[in-house]
Design a protein around this ligand. Sequence first.
Ligand code: FAD
Length: 399
Amino acid sequence: MSSKTESASIPIERGWEDIREGVKRICERFPNAYWVQLDHEAAYPTQFVQALTEAGYLGALIPEEYGGAGLPLSAACAVLETIHDSPCNAAACHAQMYTMGTVLRHGSEAQKRKYLPGIASGALRLQAFGVTEPTTGSDTTQLKTRAEKKGNDRYVINGQKVWTSRVLHSDLMLLLARTTPADQVRKRSEGLSVFLVDLRAAEGREGGKGVEIRKIDAMLNHNTCEVFFDNLEVPAENLIGVEGQGFKYIVDSMNAERILIASESLGDARYFIRRAGDYARERVVFARPIGRNQGVQFPIARAHAQTIAAELVVRKAAALFEAGRDCGAEANMGKMLAAEAAWAAAEACLQTFGGFGYAREYGIERKWRETRLYQTAPISTNMILAYVAQHVLGLPRSY
Ligand SMILES: Cc1cc2nc3c(=O)[nH]c(=O)nc-3n(C[C@H](O)[C@H](O)[C@H](O)COP(=O)(O)OP(=O)(O)OC[C@H]3O[C@@H](n4cnc5c(N)ncnc54)[C@H](O)[C@@H]3O)c2cc1C
């Protein structure tokens, strides 16, 4: 992309240039061939995650008093956007950045002192987030995994989660489970609680038991699993906040998550637009660059316009979040628009590359598969539209 196009693509201050530069240098050490190999082996990008951890990027959002960098959300957005504007993918470790937000905002001082410094340094991996269940899906308040209190000192957990990403590469899991039966709660959003589950003990890694993990063979190398709980004992001190209020805590963390994921989509979009533009200028067919044809140019130009529009909403959402203001609408809309822009860019790019787009060594088809996820997870587009319809436009609740 020429510098003229580049400056036109940044209508507002992106900021954090030093962070972008540092992350870019790390990403350069992990070219497409590294990711192709991992994909082939369905393996986890351990070295990549290690490099980001050692550089301190994954602890960006943890306050300095707990060992993190204490940076604002826009800095973490810059980290993730830069990773995705390269052959790399942050999905292997992005949860380490934001899952801790629930502990930070709702945990006790003792819990924060016990866990956050280890999470900040990477000594403790909090990569797993167990919410989705096979039978209830997007209807989170109806989830069935039960946590029953036994005596004063422990809960016993039974049930199943699905699509729990990175759980095999995590020491801790943030788990949402039911502590009051659904037919006994006053409101649908009550009766669920959040636990910090120590997987090292539970999964048998250190002799414990109660958790069985099965990897899901999926369209992308996301290290995502089914998790079965069979009388798993969790100490009562691992309950986060007040019993029964867990859904509220999870929802509370969602705006930050949406904005961070949207930043990954913006990075993906930029990657595809740059690669498509470069290829369209260089590939000569019928004695001229394919990029001279409007049929090739226009989808790339349209994706670029969509990306710029999405970027404005995402940056506004981050600014509102940092100012402590309500950003639910912007975070949701920004996430949806960025995911759609990335998909438009992915489609334009794959089409521009013709048959070569399907060759793994070009690094297009894998990113194309990866970016598609963000229209489904962590929340699907329809759920965002339902939020906008109900909470922004005042339409009746549809579900
Ligand atoms: C690779 C991957 C990684 C994931 N990682 C995690 C993770 O780490 N932790 C975790 O907890 N979850 C994770 N998920 C789960 C993800 O958040 C869910 O897949 C997603 O929220 C959708 O839930 P579902 O698959 O049950 O779809 P369903 O809820 O069954 O929905 C299916 C479709 O129907 C639509 N739909 C449902 N109800 C309505 C309605 N009322 N109105 C309009 N449309 C509707 C949905 O939008 C969707 O398109 C992951 C998923 C994937 C694929």
